[in-house]
Write a protein that binds this ligand. Sequence first.
Ligand code: URP
Ligand code: ZN
Ligand code: ZN
Length: 481
Amino acid sequence: MIDFDLVVRGGTIVTGIDTMRADLGIRGGRIAAIAEKIEGRVTLDADGLLVLPGGVDSHCHIEQLRAGGGSDEETWESGSRSCFAGGTTSVITFSTQFKGGGILEPLAEYRKRAGRAMVDYSFHQIITDPTDDVVWKEIPEVVSEGIRSLKVFLTYDAMHLDDRQYLRVLAAARRNGAFVTVHCENYEAIRWRTEALLADGKTAPKYHSWSRPRMIEREATQRAIALAELVDQPIQVFHVSCAEVAEEIARAQARGLKVWGETCPQYLALTAVDMDRPGFEGAKFMCSPAPRDAADHAGVWDMVRRGVLDVVSSDHSGFCYEGTRGKRVNGADASFRDIPNGIPGLATRLPILFSEGVAAGRIDINQFVRLIATTPAKLFGLYPQKGSIAVGADADLVLWDATRQVTLSNGLLQQAIDYTPYEGMRVTGWPVATLRRGEVVMRDGRVQAEPGSGRFLPRGPYEAAKPRCVLPDGFDASRFA
Ligand code: URP
Ligand code: ZN
Ligand code: ZN
């Protein structure tokens, strides 16, 4: 009996553990059958291609609200197009809090904007001002709506939390069964070095990296982990740039703590030297933590191979290079302190990781799938609906040509951002079709989907977010403060 809406025929299916030659039957947006031969009225030929779970980008900034009004330049529509072009079908982006305000109002506005999404989505809730109202009333409300992860920054003037504030967020997360993600860099140390650099006239983009060397990231990571242990709260350390930081995570993991580490393609493919291009050009490569050097790439790969860093996200930031809202918001000769941090990467995440990882022989294809889809889905409560190829899972798939060679250029990426830091980079491996819930939303680079067809993904309680129930002296301070 033929009762599938679509059959993906003849491909090599790859999951986080298995690789098999099989057909996939899709019904009602979900995978309904995996078998040697499936008949269907409509078929999609995957002969010679890999069939992978759609990418889950658990850390990207799309149409993020800005203090004072407006948003980043990457919109939900353009960001979704770029995701599909690069094989990503689900994202977790960020709802903001502005110091002095609550979280519910910006969340309502952000939800409205996300109504134009084509990619499926959830949010991390950024906490910049953990007042009593926020930690005792608003966080419980947000979590009950299915936003089950909080994001904190230990740096940036407008965002950073001191240790007590960070502890209050960890405690609120523990009370409500939410996960916490942390940007680990030492705020005061960066401030102090930045003041010194500027006093010495060192203002060019390359000094961004001088303002925040490795030990500044390492110290904050060590502190973030120790305080999470004090509260007994699971955390993920965002965008780890080098092995000496990952070592802190490895040590915590060896002690049984629920601490995970994420890295991004920029820490595998860019270096501080890129920020030393003539004029303002180096701003295109400015993100935080700063890209390190080529030897650090090897160190990060080693930590990825060992599983210490088990998620590769894009940390896509929606700022343009030209114009007056993005990198030049404070002028074309702004000092590094006044240039927005962050680089684009929604569509380049999978191709760069595949090329530098699988094609270059550093990781196998199953680990690739875990890094880009399965583990982020598990860590953020989206699994098995997302991040897997299994009967009952959403039919989010990417048909991947493992041999196609492509020279990256911004025109291929379909983003609103006007540049890619990877312009001219040659990659092996490219997505030829993307399916979101059984619908072909990208084929041979042509994206076709309705704005507003993306779905919000509410997240219930899940394993990774549960505390270990190991507390100093057995005292649960999170019940009181
Ligand atoms: O430089 C970066 N990473 N910008 C995006 C915001 C963040 O810190 O994640
Ligand atoms: Zn960050
Ligand atoms: Zn980020």
